[in-house]
Write a protein that binds this ligand. Structure first.
Ligand SMILES: NC(=O)c1ccc[n+]([C@@H]2O[C@H](COP(=O)([O-])OP(=O)(O)OC[C@H]3O[C@@H](n4cnc5c(N)ncnc54)[C@H](OP(=O)(O)O)[C@@H]3O)[C@@H](O)[C@H]2O)c1
Length: 247
């Protein structure tokens, strides 16, 4: 079950877990076309995908999404919480509405999806069959946070706070749902460059990354797949930032 699977990073992650043999529910909010396109690609490759749409800013829609996914799939082995908003919220002009919107999608949604999914995983008590996380049973939850959880970006105060809180929630969820569920987080650094960025601005950003380049979807996917298969790792966050956090 992958949230935000209709476009960009979430879509790439969903495609990757499907390539590993997982039957997937592709969640989307507005990107129906992108989710449908990915679903067709998965079916053409011999896999199986389902589409579900939900605005995840309320607890009830999160719980509905997970329960419906469990009905479609028969069980949930892996939940990847990727849907999220990256929005500029300058400190001087930050509004309550902006703040609530970011916290609702970046924190409340993954938390309630995780709580509901953990119930499904715990009821089942273990994993069988063919899926990337299926070696020894139990469920896996991967929350996509951000380098912003660990740095101070004043123009993105609400985003950074929401992702830092998601890292904290990952740790609490990991303890609460052990030993059946393992909950971890992948924190990407710079992956997508904002549209219209000048070459000099791009060079300035890249020069701050020890790895000497911006990241790719594949860099993030490697980390997500690791947490989907890890047997003895829970409550952790893996920064996929080319070392940007070291500065
Ligand atoms: N890409 C990066 O460089 C980067 C770096 C660090 C962290 N991240 C994190 O990685 C995750 C995925 O990033 P991305 O680049 O794929 O994000 P994105 O391009 O900004 O897309 C946002 C995603 O969130 C979904 N979404 C937006 N509003 C929603 C709502 N109200 N209810 C449910 N879903 C909603 C969108 O679904 P629809 O399009 O269907 O509406 C879309 O899938 C996010 O959590 C992001 O913060 C990304």
């Amino acid at each position: 079950m992958v949230t935000g699977a209709g476009r960009d990073l979430g879509q790439a992650i969903a495609g990757a877990v499907a390539s590993e043999g997982a039957e997937v529910v592709l969640h989307y909010n507005r990107s129906k076309g992108g989710a449908a396109k990915l679903s067709r690609r998965i079916h053409r490759g011999g896999g199986k995908a389902h589409l579900l749409s939900a605005d995840l800013r309320s607890e009830s829609s999160c719980r509905w999404l997970i329960r419906t996914s469990a009905r479609l799939l028969g069980r949930i082995d892996i939940l990847i919480n990727s849907a999220g908003l990256f929005e500029r919220t300058d400190v001087s002009s930050l509004t309550e509405r902006q703040f609530d919107r970011l916290l609702a999608l970046n924190l409340k949604a993954p938390v309630f999806c995780a709580i509901e999914a953990a119930k499904v995983m715990t009821r089942r008590g273990g994993v069988g069959g063919r899926c990337v996380g299926a070696r020894s049973g139990g469920g896996r939850i991967v929350n996509i946070s951000s380098l912003g959880a660990f740095q101070a970006w004043p123009a993105y105060l609400a985003y950074c706070a929401s992702k830092a809180a998601l890292v904290s929630a990952t740790r609490s969820l990991a303890r609460a749902t052990a030993p059946i569920v393992m909950v971890n987080s992948v924190a990407p650094g710079l992956i997508d460059l904002p549209e219209g960025m000048s070459e000099s601005e791009r060079d300035r950003l890249v020069s701050a990354i020890p790895a000497g380049r911006i990241g790719t979807y594949d860099d993030v996917i490697d980390a997500v797949l690791y947490f989907c298969t890890a047997e003895y790792v829970t409550g952790q966050v893996l920064l996929v930032d080319g070392g940007a956090s070291l500065r």
